[in-house]
Design a binder for this molecule. Structure first.
Ligand SMILES: [Mg+2]
Length: 329
């Protein structure tokens, strides 16, 4: 039996909703990562969150049992640092709307962090900062309006916590976008700089990305030209998968990180439907599902068959068949 992961030399992980949710490890994630380490497969932790240092992210992962090293963590703040170094002359003033970690990365890039538009910064960079103040946003907005280049570590509109969704870095980016007529240059997923940093740093030749969101993880993997596994332990579910645009379709799906060790799910599409595993989705006026739907694996088979049909325009995203997926988000 060939495991999906056998085709790859490294696994890149999204964190929230894949490895942990707030203070808790996701079911199967610790065991899955341990198996990768035992098999000698490289692991890389790729985070859009610029607030925390890579050392703190590695510590948090290790506290949860992942045994992560700092050099396995790649953050949008680090990728931002590399990008600023390439894009701006050394010693340029940069107004930072982010945490001390982002300020430190701006310094490491050889730039001079400043606090006000009056200092005429060459660039503004925004990153997730739970202590962001409105006056800081005002300074950043005016600097952008006066011609500073505008960078954002990421544009995630929300952030999952164990209590519920809270506004993400994208909410603060949108606040500034409302005051200008252009968009920032974005570093994190689904944009390339963060993925490129992860590829360069890991030296991986054939990595696979494991993520829970279509709009950041899977689109980021597609944009970087690497394969992906979508898991269902986080933010996105069956409808998100089925409505994914062409540039946001995963290579494979599975319940959680341990799905890396299962054979790849494949769907055969034919004239009247699609088959995946022991499940068949039949298409007539509306879609119907035949086979085992009372197990999670059966539901994943059905979801993959259905996704392939929706992507070919054969089943509507409004089809009542979606109500059958009661064991998946
Ligand atoms: Mg996530």
């Amino acid at each position: 039996m060939t495991a999906f992961v056998d085709a790859y030399d490294a696994v890149f992980f999204d964190l929230d909703g894949v490895l942990y949710l707030g203070p808790l490890a996701v079911e199967g994630a610790v065991a899955g990562v341990r198996r990768l380490h035992e098999a000698g497969v490289a692991t890389v932790y790729v985070t859009n969150n610029a607030a925390r240092s890579t050392a703190r992210v590695a510590d948090h992962l290790s506290e949860l049992g992942f045994n992560a090293r700092e050099d396995e963590v790649v953050s949008s703040a680090q990728a931002a640092s590399g990008l600023l170094r390439r894009e701006l002359p050394a010693g340029s003033k940069v107004l930072v709307a982010g945490t001390d970690n982002l300020v430190e990365q701006v310094r490491l890039a050889g730039m001079v962090p400043v606090d006000t538009y009056a200092e005429q910064p060459a660039a503004v960079i925004q990153g997730y900062d739970p202590a962001l103040t409105w006056p800081r946003l005002d300074q950043a907005a005016i600097a952008v309006q006066r011609g500073a280049r505008w960078f954002a570590t990421n544009t995630d509109s929300t952030r999952p916590t164990e209590h519920g969704l809270v506004p993400g870095a994208g909410a603060a980016v949108q606040a500034i976008r409302n005051t200008t007529d252009h968009d920032p240059e974005v570093i994190g997923k689904p944009h390339r700089p963060l993925m490129d940093e992860a590829l360069a740093r890991s030296g991986a030749r054939r990595p696979v990305f494991v993520g829970d969101r279509i709009d950041t993880d899977i689109m980021g993997a597609v944009a970087a030209g690497i394969d992906s596994l979508m898991v269902f332990t986080g933010a996105h579910g069956v409808r998100d998968l089925c409505s994914a645009p062409e540039e946001g379709r995963p290579t494979a799906i599975g319940w959680n990180v341990e799905s890396l060790f299962e054979p790849q799910r494949t769907a055969q599409v034919d004239a009247d439907g699609a088959t995946c595993g022991a499940v068949r989705v039949r298409v007539a006026d509306r879609a119907t599902v035949e086979g085992e739907l009372d197990t999670r694996e059966g539901q994943l088979d059905a979801a993959w068959a259905l996704a392939n049909l929706v992507w070919e325009g054969r089943v509507s995203i409004d089809d009542p068949v979606f109500a059958r997926f009661d064991q998946l988000p």
